[in-house]
Design a protein around this ligand. Structure first.
Ligand code: ASP
Ligand code: MG
Length: 804
């Protein structure tokens, strides 16, 4: 025999009750032996409580009562529910007259919810040809007289149930009222809110059922509340021990007292979904075959009471006094935390009991205040407790580090010695984000990285498309889910917490709006987005001002924009301090040599203690093209320059390339990687533009390109044989000092050297170090272009995602 229990939502009008009838009919037709335990339908119990409350205050309860009756009767006019309705009417009238009621009356009233439910379901089933029979548990489950929270009397209840089912077995399907019983005077009692689950497990126990199937409106037990954690997964199988831990932390179906009768008889419990009953749900049994589950559960509406006492060290009996106060005032303590110095103790209690707890503690410790042994008792409201069930301390650092990285610092945490649980108290405002961060970390399910991209021009636009194209593969290979939640340019932003689509260009046109950086930060906070990265693909000098607020708001930073690294050294330092204080990273691999792994290599060499003595190379793809071709071809400088302009290799104003500042900035960025404190003004830059062409507008300039020719023809001619021209950046000097020599210059080098052999628009870097001697590490390749730059930025995203 199997016991099926249906909750209030399952039995609600329409879809609910129809599904319940189908489930029962199917099982009967398949020859299964079943008994049904029901809750009150819909929100009947809450409604009865409310009507009772209004009646007792002499209010107009009648409209609500009419609604109640209408709902309970539903479309089944032919089913006779008048007995219950009449009793309710009389009781409410009485309560309204007296203006008060006892718990005994209340139980009589609440019991009608289950009675109506069982009667109606029985009638519908009978109509459907099922041999259903209404079973009133007031005649079966005998209890003590604690109305509202009655305790069943084992022996007699068991005997009654067994006898009842003996008489009515065979093809009969008993439809049993949950939640209610009666005392020895035959007064109606109830077993406490959600008590139908308890009734079901008692019946299962008494009848040695094969399984208890608890039909709810969810598919089963999840690794976390799916309403709070999008990635929560259903657990197929867990043990009663594990479930017991869940029960202690608020899961209503799994209240400890409902589990114990099942445990006693080794009866499996299956949590199923009425509205998706093909799903196998979650099975809970005594033994499990795997190493254990992990789940997250949450306690809300709690406060932290903290008692601090400098003089408590070594004193005995303090804790006993605290707990006596709690006990005397019926305040249940869910978590305690105490340091070994015994200087303070933190207690988590229900939010509505916190002030009382504080006042009572203040009374108890009044004398200790005078003697200064106790100095403070405080209450922190709006906290939540997250329990990681199945978590031991050996791997706890992972979720903990992830929390810190996301700027969530638990107010306190503790662990249980048995049961492998760790509980954390966090600010309520951080609950949702904290849950998602921990969930992503401990389940190894995809860690979500939430990305805001500023600048969607060539590089930015390419990057967005690259991310959208590779997201699925990356999730599969690396368990990392890249979610672009913001795209912005200097004027508009598009925000979508679920990630932008390949149609983002239209979306930003239609749904973009003007913004400040605070809007983006606020959006991320509001939606509890974790693992935040802000990417600067602009060339803006002003956007850089946002780096510090972003880092302070728990964003890691990535930029292809070079500005932040080439402003004053004091800003450079300040940004790094803010980053360090907030445990945030800043990556900018594409600042030099686009996607080439240059900065990372230099960083590693430097960090590992390798002494870098010189860096030299062609830092600009544009100028590489220009001099590689000018040296090799029999063409004038202006012809080659024109070619570069026409091919789009230069900036719109080619003077930005030719002035050498871009190369100077890149060189400065590398120098600062080596902890050199140079300023941009200290870079010695040879400007390739003749002085009289440096000012004036672009079109004017573009008309005068031939004026370059005599100058560069002369330089080319005056070279030694077999030499070529290269425009290089060079960092030299004693690099152990605070400052190095930074030069950007046009040089003539033998054509049979690596530098002399350079072709196309390749970038080229030689890194000289002490151990490598005069054989430098060489990094060479395409060092410009939106596709390779976007790839480089993408690489930075993956570097960050791998961290922590
Ligand atoms: N109807 C009762 C309540 O709402 C019992 C139950 O549903 O389990 O608390
Ligand atoms: Mg690079």
């Amino acid at each position: 025999m199997k016991i099926l229990k249906f909750g209030g939502k399952s039995l609600s009008n329409g879809d609910g009750i129809n599904k319940v009838v189908t489930i029962i009919t199917d099982k009967v037709n398949q020859g299964e032996q079943i008994a049904i335990v029901v809750s009150a339908r819909g929100n009947a119990t809450d409604e009865l409580e409310e009507i009772l409350d209004i009646a007792s205050k002499n209010g107009d309860y009648k409209p609500l009562f009419e609604d109640f009756k209408k709902y309970q009767q539903d479309d089944y006019q032919e089913v006779d529910l008048s007995e219950e309705f009449n009793v309710l009417e009389k009781l409410f009238e009485g309560v309204s007259l007296i203006g008060d009621y006892s718990n005994k009356i209340k139980d009589q009233i609440l019991s009608k919810g289950e009675l109506l439910s069982a009667k109606l379901l029985t009638a519908i089933l009978v109509e459907n040809g099922i041999n259903a029979r209404f079973a009133d548990t007031r005649e079966l489950i005998k209890t003590d007289s604690k109305f509202g929270d009655a305790q069943p009397l084992e022996q007699i209840s068991k005997k009654n149930v067994i006898n009842y089912f003996k008489q009515n077995n065979g093809t009969t399907v008993n439809i049993v009222t949950g939640f209610i019983g009666s005392n020895n005077n035959n007064d109606t009692t109830t077993l406490g809110r959600n008590g139908s689950n308890y009734t079901a497990s008692l019946i299962a126990n008494y009848l040695n059922a094969d399984e208890l199937q608890n039909y709810t409106h969810v598919d089963g037990i999840y690794t976390a509340n799916p309403d709070l954690v999008l990635d929560a997964k259903k657990i197929d199988h867990l043990t009663f021990n594990e479930a017991n831990e869940l029960a202690n932390f608020g899961a209503t179906i799994l209240h400890a007292k409902t589990i114990i009768p099942l445990l006693e008889k080794n009866i499996p419990l299956r949590i199923l979904n009425t509205f998706n009953h093909e799903n196998k749900g979650t099975l809970i049994t005594s033994n499990s075959n795997k190493e254990g589950i992990k789940t997250l559960s949450v306690l809300e509406n709690v406060s932290l009471v903290n008692l601090e006492g400098r003089g408590l060290l070594g004193k005995t009996g303090v804790d006993a006094r605290i707990f006596r106060v709690m006990g005397d005032n019926d305040i249940s303590v869910s978590i305690i935390s105490q340091g070994s110095s015994e200087r303070g103790i933190g207690l988590v209690v229900a939010a509505d009991k916190a002030t009382k707890a504080m006042i009572e503690l203040e009374k108890e410790f009044e004398n200790d205040f005078y003697s200064k042994d106790v100095n403070k008792i405080t209450v922190t409201d709006n906290v939540s407790v997250i329990s990681i069930i199945g978590q031991d301390l050996s791997t706890f650092h992972k979720p903990y580090t992830a929390l810190i990285k996301n700027k969530i610092v638990p107010i306190l945490f503790n662990n249980t010695v048995t049961g492998k649980n760790v509980s954390l108290v966090v600010k309520k405002s951080q609950l949702n984000k904290a849950l998602n961060v921990i969930h992503g970390e401990i389940f190894g399910v995809s860690k979500k990285i939430n990305i805001a991209i500023f600048g969607h021009g060539l590089v930015g636009g390419t990057l967005i498309n690259q991310i959208l194209e590779s997201a699925a593969t990356i999730e599969k290979r690396k368990d990392i889910k890249l979610n672009v939640f913001a795209i912005a340019n200097s004027s508009n932003v598009l925000l979508n917490k679920n990630g932008v689509t390949p149609n983002w260009k239209n979306e930003i046109q239609n749904n973009g709006f003007s913004y400040t950086i605070d809007d983006v930060i606020a959006y991320a906070n509001e939606h509890h987005l974790e693992n935040l990265i802000a990417i600067d693909n602009t060339a803006s000098a002003t956007f850089v001002e946002n780096y510090i607020p972003l880092a302070e708001s728990s964003f890691d930073l990535i930029s292809s924009n070079k500005v932040a690294n080439t402003l004053s050294y004091s800003f450079y330092k300040k940004l790094r301090k803010v980053l360090a204080d907030n445990q945030k990273s800043y990556l900018y691999e594409t600042n030099v040599g686009a996607g080439l792994p240059l900065i990372d290599t230099i960083k590693l060499l430097h960090l590992s203690g390798e002494n870098i003595t010189k860096i030299k190379g062609v830092f600009s793809g544009t100028l590489s093209y220009l001099f590689n071709n000018f040296s090799a071809k029999d063409a004038s400088f202006s012809e080659i320059l024109k070619e570069a302009i026409d091919n789009g290799y230069t900036e719109p104003d080619p003077r930005e390339d030719l002035c050498g500042n871009d190369v100077g900035r890149k060189l400065l960025i590398l120098a600062r990687e080596l902890d050199l404190q140079n300023e941009f003004e200290e870079v010695d830059i040879q400007n390739l533009i003749p002085e009289h062409l440096r000012e004036g507008d672009v079109s004017d300039f573009l008309n005068k390109l031939t004026e370059f020719d005599p100058i560069y023809a002369k330089i080319k001619e005056e070279q030694k044989p077999n030499h070529v021209l290269r425009y290089i950046g060079e960092l030299s000097g004693d690099l152990q000092n605070d400052k190095g020599n930074l030069e950007v210059k046009l040089v003539s080098v033998p054509s049979d050297t690596a530098l002399g052999g350079l072709k196309g628009s390749d970038s080229f870097f030689e890194i000289y170090t002490e151990s490598y001697g005069d054989r430098p590490i060489v990094i060479q390749g395409a060092g410009a272009g939106s596709a390779v730059t976007a790839r480089g930025v993408f690489g930075d995203i993956l570097r960050l995602s791998d961290k922590g």
